[in-house]
Design a protein around this ligand. Structure first.
Ligand code: PEP
Length: 254
């Protein structure tokens, strides 16, 4: 487990052709070459993975991630991609259970569970996304929803299997909306999640688990979020598309 080294992850969603993605990575590499105390992850569209992997080469402080995958290793699943394919394309991480997958593509806690299992077997580190909608928050259901998402998402996993797990708390109402959870709101949930993991998997595990915040993170708000004791990084959509902005996020301490 990566002992809570801060992780700033960019989710590029359905943006950038292969060439555009490579151009962005070149700029990002230049802008972040001196950064050693923060891990950077970029999740481009599938079509850019191999090109970016070649551009990144071995070593370096930028890791490659994918935005989704199927739980089967191969077969007649038109349009899908497997964990082994991502691994051989150079991925270290895979984002699973993103709210856009849940909302638009029928992702459920059960399919997330199967995907996490397949990712771990292939040696990919899963970034499990959880979060409540605005309605659920207004109805005081935030913790119930999170309980369900992590309980089912991680059902039947033993402690040893989960060493590479990263969790991302992404309130659905804050994704792509410009609304950010306040630092207190985010910290409250992160602390709740860490306590949940302590109860389920022990304090040692929970103290090492990286819990990222996601939802309209930008250079203007990252410093305050990262100052919270249970926030270990950020999963960033919009503000990660521009390499200058992503670099500013990575340099949140300065
Ligand atoms: C995301 O897609 O995970 C996300 C947090 O998006 P944004 O930063 O644009 O809100």
């Amino acid at each position: 487990m990566d002992s809570r080294r801060p992780l700033i992850a960019g989710n590029w969603k359905m943006h950038k052709t292969g060439k555009q993605a490579v151009d962005s990575i070149r700029q990002l590499k230049d802008l972040t070459s001196s950064v050693t105390d923060v891990e950077i992850m970029v999740a481009p569209p599938f079509t850019a993975l191999s090109q970016i992997s070649a551009e990144l080469g071995a070593g370096g402080n930028i890791a490659l991630g994918a935005q989704n995958m199927h739980w089967e290793s191969e077969g007649a699943f038109t349009g899908e991609i497997s964990a082994n394919m991502l691994k051989s394309a150079g991925c270290r991480y895979v984002i699973l259970g993103h709210s856009e997958r849940r909302q638009f593509f029928g992702e459920t806690d059960q399919t997330v569970n199967k995907k996490i299992k397949a990712a771990l077997s292939a040696g990919l580190a899963p970034v499990l996304c959880v979060g409540e909608t605005e309605k659920q928050r207004n109805e005081n259901k935030t913790f119930n929803i999170l309980d369900k998402q992590i309980k089912i998402g991680l059902e039947n996993f033993v402690l040893n299997a989960l060493q590479s797990l990263v969790v991302a708390y992404e309130p659905v109402w804050a994704i792509g909306t410009g609304k950010t959870a306040t630092t207190d709101q985010a910290q409250e949930v992160h602390n709740y999640l860490r306590k949940w993991f302590a109860k389920e998997y022990g304090t040692e595990f929970s103290q090492k688990l990286r819990i990222l915040y996601g939802g309209s993170v930008k250079p203007a708000n990252i410093k305050d979020l990262m100052a919270m004791p249970d926030i270990d990084g950020a999963l960033v959509g919009g503000a990660s598309l521009d390499p200058n902005s992503l670099s500013q996020l990575v340099h949140y301490k300065s």
